[in-house]
Design a protein around this ligand. Structure first.
Ligand SMILES: Cc1cc2nc3c(=O)[nH]c(=O)nc-3n(C[C@H](O)[C@H](O)[C@H](O)COP(=O)(O)OP(=O)(O)OC[C@H]3O[C@@H](n4cnc5c(N)ncnc54)[C@H](O)[C@@H]3O)c2cc1C
Length: 530
């Protein structure tokens, strides 16, 4: 049987970051991926619409990776393998009933934009206040919360705010976005510019901690922009895979792991669906959902009851829908022609429609006026389309896993599934609504691809029911409670087995955080050896 030091199950960003770091540290690493291509939710294709158009079928935007510690550590290796990031000074904008706005990485321009909306002081005060705590905010989201160095974070916070202040900060962390936005800003446009960003961490504006997430993402894009790799996320996947290979590691695709072998309470290797087996001498890292790990890969093993019980009750969030368009020319935005240069424009009626759509979809209803995330990759990377042409990456995040009804009363729920018919009817409605804002949308569309919850899960089995974040991110399944209320971070009850991926802390996104944290843990030199 082939032996490695470390086996990594799955080849998403967390797995590949861990693979690169561990192989660079001298460990022999084997990555096993059930799909025929590596990358997980990074899926760049040139065949989705028309020749010359490159689409990111799933994830597209890399601020979390470029702003994260994994990139900090691997930057030189990645650049040596041809990875180039492009950025924009216009990361986000909004079109809503009250008007439109663009947020820029030029802080003076953004301050002027908020001043135009009557919220200049509110934005500047918010940003300055947040910058005073930015180390703690990013520390909290990036730290291994079960290790002693996270206590350092707590001590810093206590020193800065005092005991009472620390408790008050806890309340601030838990505040929902809607009351915070209503209290802080006067213009409905300012509120609509910031509020939809909570969606990108799986939250709605009325969820606990959504104000904190909105501030973190708002500040991160205002300071860091919206980077994307030239040519698409596949370039990052290729560069990480090449670091692995150059350091003696191996990636095998079409390798569906069905069992983690355990002996004497320790993970010793894995078995594939086709019967092949591989041994791991030191560690196994599994990028899987809690159910897939504890009820599938470890089925039949002796596990603590609290682990199996909390894995069983791990919930999934709303489903995603992606619509990809190849356009013959740039979009003509009615509200402001400059919106064509913005990376991500949110189109929504306002805070109330956002709240209504999130709650409707949480309760099984198709929203009447969904929030449309209009990604414009060509605004940042021209190589994604032939000269003069354009692509749109449209994302909808307010979709029920099972359809019980339609707030617009137009689409019959049938058996509740996302059938092709219901998906196509809903996508047409979204295109009609977007055409109210992009006047040439229909005439410029050369080709369209719609991916519903079913197709998204088929592409990556960790995205259960099309949940793009591999698990509901509300507070009871976040931070110290992710992946499980009963788990100690990435550690599992099986020795040598580590749980990574979007279902674990620090959650979804392309930061590669869980892979980074576990790799650090496994490569850290021990000061004292027993
Ligand atoms: C539609 C969509 C859009 C998104 N947009 C963005 C964005 O723009 N920016 C951003 O930061 N984040 C975005 N996200 C979130 C982000 O892409 C994900 O959170 C992240 O990529 C998850 O990485 P991961 O390491 O958890 O692994 P995943 O990408 O989930 O990959 C896991 C891999 O493991 C494999 N696997 C699972 N089980 C097994 C097994 N038993 N044997 C072998 N292989 C197995 C799967 O096939 C899969 O390839 C988006 C997600 C989606 C779905």
């Amino acid at each position: 049987m082939e032996r490695s030091d470390v086996i990594i199950i799955g080849s998403g960003i967390n797995s590949l970051v861990a693979a690169a770091l561990l192989s660079k540290s001298g460990q022999k690493v084997l990555v096993l991926e059930r799909n025929s291509q590596a990358g997980g939710a990074i899926k760049t294709v040139t065949t989705a619409t028309l020749p010359g158009f490159t689409h990111e079928l799933l994830s597209s935007w890399h601020p979390l990776f470029v702003g994260g510690p994994a990139y900090g550590e691997l930057k030189a290796d990645l650049e040596a393998r041809g990875l180039v990031y492009l950025n924009t000074d216009k990361p986000t904008g909004v079109v809503c009933e009250g008007g439109s706005a663009i947020l820029s990485t030029d802080l003076a321009a953004t301050a002027a934009e908020f001043a135009r909306l009557g919220d200049g002081d509110a934005w500047t005060n918010m940003l300055n206040e947040f910058l005073g705590k930015i180390d703690l905010a990013f520390g909290l989201l990036g730290a291994d919360l079960w290790r002693s160095n996270s206590l350092k974070l707590l001590r810093t916070a206590r020193k800065r705010f005092g005991n009472r202040g620390l408790v008050a900060t806890g309340a601030e962390l838990l505040e929902p976005a809607s009351p915070w936005l209503d209290r802080t800003f006067t213009s409905p446009v300012s509120k609509a510019l910031l509020a939809p960003w909570a969606l990108h961490n799986g939250l709605g504006p009325d969820d606990a901690a959504s104000a904190f997430i909105t501030k973190v993402i708002g500040a991160a894009v205002a300071l860091g922009g919206m980077p994307v790799p030239v040519g698409g996320g596949i370039k990052l996947v290729d560069a990480l895979t090449s670091i692995l290979a150059d350091n003696g590691g191996t990636l095998i695709t079409d390798a569906d792991v069905v069992k983690i072998n355990v002996s004497g309470g320790r993970a010793t290797g894995v078995k594939l669906a086709d019967g092949r087996e591989f041994a791991a001498d030191k560690s196994i890292l599994a990028s899987a959902t809690p159910q897939a790990l504890y009820q599938g890969l470890l089925k039949g093993e002796n596990l603590p009851v609290e682990t199996t019980k909390s894995a069983e009750s791990f919930r999934y969030g709303r489903s995603a829908i992606q619509i990809h368009l190849a356009l013959s020319e740039p979009p003509a935005w009615k509200a402001d022609a400059n919106l064509k240069d913005v990376a991500i424009v949110h189109v929504l009626d306002g805070m109330n429609s956002l709240s209504e759509s999130v709650n409707a979809s949480n309760r099984g209803y198709l929203p009447k006026r969904p929030t449309i995330v209009v990604g414009q990759p060509t605004a940042v990377d021209k190589s994604r389309a032939p000269e003069g042409k354009f692509i749109l990456w449209l994302q909808l995040q307010e979709n029920p896993q099972k359809i019980l009804g339609d707030l617009a009363g137009e689409i019959a729920p049938g058996d509740g599934s996302w059938s092709d018919e219901r998906l196509s009817a809903y996508a047409d409605r979204v295109i009609d609504q977007l055409s109210e804002q992009i006047t040439n949308l229909k005439s410029a569309t050369l080709a369209k691809v719609v991916l519903g919850p079913k197709q998204i899960e088929e592409m990556n089995k960790n995205l259960v029911g099309g949940d793009p974040y591999a698990g509901d991110c509300r507070i009871d399944q976040y931070a110290v409670w992710r992946p499980l209320a009963s788990a100690t971070g990435h550690k599992t009850p099986i020795k040598g087995l580590w749980h990574i991926g979007a279902s674990t802390h620090p959650g979804p996104g392309l930061g590669g955080g869980s892979g980074y944290l576990v790799a650090k843990r496994l490569t850290q030199k021990r000061l004292f050896k027993r």
